[in-house]
Ligand binder design. Structure first.
Ligand code: ADP
Length: 301
């Protein structure tokens, strides 16, 4: 059980930020409101990658969906403010965040699974966000403290590639992050950048829950022969070298692309496949890494 760090929860819940508040009071209200929201979230996981296009959002949305399908209460923040793909991948594109008495309501993907993203604010989809660090920090603060997340077992944060403003803001605002999941593809160029994500995590004292090697081999659709398009095993080797856990390999599967584009999490596909089993293994390893009790980790899908 997560410890209550907010000493003034009741007062915080009863007070409102008003135009009469001084800057100091406003900041204090915001801090308490953030603590109050975070108090109700058991596990917080940042999903990172060194490079774009390695399948970070795909892995983040599918890990989150997988846990929600197992019956956990799950939220996902799309902190890739410049390229928010989560709504498209979860089939909630075109929906809007709505204010309620308790903050802004995240969009429900399906019961037990909620999401928030810049792409749900009603802006023109093709318009670029031109923001510097402080504005991004405010947006992330709003996604954490201004939302009515309710009680969550897991909150995933899908970060943009690299180690810039966004991961730093998330780690500072959340105060206690359970860990990072680092997604990479197996080739050397991607691994070079994944190593930087591991180093970033270590420098800001956030445990690395593990590396996921995505797009790791594929079966030829014609003859079934295995092709290692981007090589294989690099993620596992890097994990060993860096002394961090390896969460598993996910092969290239055209079904993943189709489900992403269709807005259906791949893990909710009814048909069994090698990639689906691979996702289940990554989830299992993640739960074990989070020191989730054996009973919880063994809960059926
Ligand atoms: P990132 O968040 O790292 O930029 P995305 O998650 O947006 O990457 O994925 C980029 C593209 O790769 C998407 O079209 C997605 O469907 C596809 N993709 C990701 N993982 C796989 C996979 N294992 N097999 C096939 N396609 C994948």
């Amino acid at each position: 059980m997560v410890e209550n760090k907010c000493e003034d929860r009741k007062a915080c819940g009863n007070c409102e930020i008003s135009s009469n508040c001084s800057t100091v009071e406003r900041k204090d209200h915001e801090r308490k409101r953030l603590q109050e929201k975070l108090f109700h979230i058991k596990r917080k996981v940042m999903v990172m990658s060194g490079k774009g296009g390695v399948g970070k959002s795909t892995v983040a949305t599918n890990l989150a969906a997988s846990l929600a399908l197992r019956g956990y209460q799950v939220g996902i923040i799309d902190a890739d403010l410049h390229g928010p793909d989560v709504p498209r991948m979860l089939g909630i594109e075109g929906q809007r965040l709505i204010s309620s008495g308790n903050g802004v309501e995240p969009v429900e993907v399906f019961p037990g699974f909620k999401a928030v993203s810049m792409a749900l604010l009603g802006q023109e989809p093709d318009k670029a966000i031109v923001w510097r660090g402080p504005l991004k920090h405010s947006a992330i603060k709003q996604f954490l403290g201004g939302m009515n997340w309710g009680d969550l077992d897991f909150l995933f944060v899908d970060l943009p590639p690299g180690t810039g403003d966004e991961p730093l803001s998330v780690s500072q605002l959340m105060e206690e992050v359970d860990g990072t999941v680092i997604v990479t593809t197996p080739q050397d160029v991607a691994l070079l950048d994944a190593r930087k994500a591991v180093s970033f995590s270590k420098q800001i004292n956030i445990p690395v829950l593990g590396i996921v090697e995505n797009m790791s081999g594929m079966a030829c659709p014609h003859c079934g022969e295995k092709i290692d398009l981007f090589k294989i095993g690099g993620g596992e080797k890097a994990a060993k070298e860096l002394g961090v856990p390896f969460l598993g390999r996910i092969p290239i599967d055209p079904g993943v692309v189709l489900s992403c584009d269709a807005g259906e999490p791949f893990v909710s596909e009814p048909n069994p496949s090698v990639a689906k089993t691979a996702f289940a293994q990554v989830v299992q390893n993640l739960l074990e890494g989070l020191a989730w009790s054996e009973k919880e980790a063994a809960r059926p899908e």
